[in-house]
Design a protein around this ligand. Structure first.
Ligand code: SAM
Length: 241
């Protein structure tokens, strides 16, 4: 085997913070010596990283499954992004490592919306040590209640709400908050949608068709089975104005 392939097997930086080591993703820990959800901590070149578990995070699973460069699925460091369905903060914590870094040295802003008070309690606890993380107790369908927190359109929007009507919720949020050519990522849970009797493949095909008909450029539809069964992640871009 040549030296080039050996080099390819070593850790590879996706950003100054995210690295891929063989089949595992790691983010530079913005809060050293603290794990968020029991993930492993490990040093690379003297710096502490947290393992980004693909069985716990659909974004991590998608990054390991994408046919393209996984870095393309991430927002730019230091920008403002919107995350709908933040849960207890598993994925959000890694995104925060990437977007903001320790003491928010990168100047990012991660607006994280969830409907459940229990999730907000955990997100608020996380935000105490992670400036730039903005927890919002709110309904992804009711922009009027929290939309003021996003005064300018963003270039990156992620949705993982696992409730009926996921596509409509996503398209409405993109229309309101996503900038022209901005990237929207929709994690779709088949079981949350009304059962049509035609199976998951038909449901996913129908969702893709709806997104295309609405004018989105669907650049990838990533199968998450194995990491998260009955889920697919759609990557779309907003049309130009
Ligand atoms: C699968 S969990 C999210 C996990 C999280 N994205 C992660 O990777 O760590 C789905 C979350 O969506 C939230 N949710 C469901 N419907 C919602 C809505 N209409 N608005 C905001 N959050 C919602 C739930 O409370 C739940 O925390």
């Amino acid at each position: 085997m040549g030296g080039g392939s050996k080099r390819n097997r070593g850790p590879r930086h996706l950003s100054s913070v995210v690295r891929l080591d063989r089949k595992s993703l790691w983010t530079l820990n913005a809060v050293p010596r603290k794990a968020v959800y029991g993930e492993s901590l490990r040093k690379f070149s003297g710096k502490e990283y947290r393992r980004w578990e693909p069985h716990r995070s659909k974004l991590a699973a998608a990054m390991l499954r994408t046919a393209y460069d996984p870095a393309l699925l991430l927002p730019q460091q230091g920008e403002t992004v919107l995350y709908l369905g933040a849960g207890h903060g598993t994925s959000v914590s890694h995104l925060h490592d990437h977007l903001c870094g320790q003491d928010n040295r990168l100047g990012g802003r991660l607006v994280s919306v969830d409907l459940a008070p229990r999730c907000l309690r955990d997100l608020t606890f996380l935000a105490q040590k992670r400036p730039g993380l903005v927890p919002v107790l709110g309904d992804a369908r009711r922009h009027e209640a929290w939309g003021v927190l996003i005064p300018r359109k963003v270039n990156w929007l992620f949705q993982d709400v696992a409730q009926a009507g996921q596509v409509d919720i996503f398209m409405a949020a993109c229309r309101r908050f996503l900038a022209p050519r901005g990237m929207g990522l929709l994690s779709l849970k088949a079981a949350s949608e009304r059962w049509t009797g035609e199976g998951e493949a038909a449901l996913f095909a129908e969702v893709e068709q709806r997104l295309i008909e609405a004018g989105y450029d669907v650049s990838e539809s990533i199968e998450l089975t194995g990491y998260e069964d009955h889920h697919r992640l759609f990557v779309v871009h907003m049309p130009e104005d």
